[in-house]
Ligand binder design. Sequence first.
Ligand code: ADP
Ligand code: MG
Length: 376
Amino acid sequence: MINKNQISILVVDDEEDIRDVLEIVLKDIGYTVFLAENGEKALEIFQSESPDIVITDIKMPVMDGIELLRQIKRENPATEVLMITGHGDMHLTIRSLKYEAMDFITKPVNVDILEIAIEKAIEKIVARQKLLEYTQKLELLILEKSKLADHLSSLGLMIGTISHNIKGLLTNLDGGIYVARSAVKSKDSKTIKEGLDLLEQAVDRIKKMVMDILLYSKERKLNKIAIDTKIFIENIKEIIEIKLKGTNIVFQCNDSNFPDTMYFDKEFMLAALINILDNAIDACMADTQKKSHEIGFEISRKKDQLVIYIHDNGCGMDSQTKEKIFNLFFSSKSTKGTGFGLYISNSIIKQHDGSIQVTSIKGKETRFKIILPHEK
Ligand SMILES: Nc1ncnc2c1ncn2[C@@H]1O[C@H](COP(=O)(O)OP(=O)(O)O)[C@@H](O)[C@H]1O
Ligand SMILES: [Mg+2]
């Protein structure tokens, strides 16, 4: 239960005697009391002291009780206002009802009735406070619940996407096995090779998907180490050149102007950059307009920043696609995509306190600029 001295009451009446009596009575009960002789003074005190309850005479000079009630309710609707009314104030009483006065006490003021009215007002204030607390708790609960629902739905979405992809991959595996088997029967070595290529592709994609899922599901701490930039670029070159075998896409890496060493989590950064390069390869393959295709990769140092540029002259993308590329599961490649790649690249680069900028022209090119702090 609320303590009485925590409750403050503002008494407004133009008659000094009434103010004095009410002050003595209310202080005696234990309330904190403020006094004012008209509506204007009352409003000043109301603004500086924010009393819980206001007891006001209805008829006063300067600003009457109704106007005071109206202004108080406008400033803080949670304030409870008791009106002191005289005989023949019926129409004023009705007007104050309209402005949500809590109760009426008729003159001459009976102290017992006043006490009961104040207690009722306090009950209302306490109830309102409780309601507010409950509402806040409820809001918190709802927030937690929606977080949980988000998590579950992203989990559901992930399982759906993965199952869909696995189904597609199984079809590829089946196809590869079928081609290879019938070719073995007819001893056609060219077709056997085609079947094996299909199998190899499917296995590669399964590998990549499993790696993506592993990276997505584990929240590993970064293991930053000193990396020899030259060797790192060589590693990337090796990986990409294997992927480019059989295509006529040219892969260009810079062989100078990079810092000797870089500090980051090698496994993660390699995954982040390969995801971006994989997309560049896909984009070049998807482009049927240009005769020759090129992917560029460059690491350079700008003051205390490490900047990595990756560009391709593949199919490019429109601005609507560009908006969504970092979203988990966003892919424009139907069964061939998972929509994991850039989501993971972005998370890894953010984890390294870096950022990615993308520019693209549909039908022409795409450029990724990755900015990382260059630590020594
Ligand atoms: N270099 C690029 N050129 C054109 N589109 C790109 C490029 N990189 C990414 N995108 C777009 O971003 C989407 C999301 O990429 P990603 O997250 O790697 O998923 P996925 O490759 O599985 O589709 C791609 O489906 C593609 O639409
Ligand atoms: Mg990708």
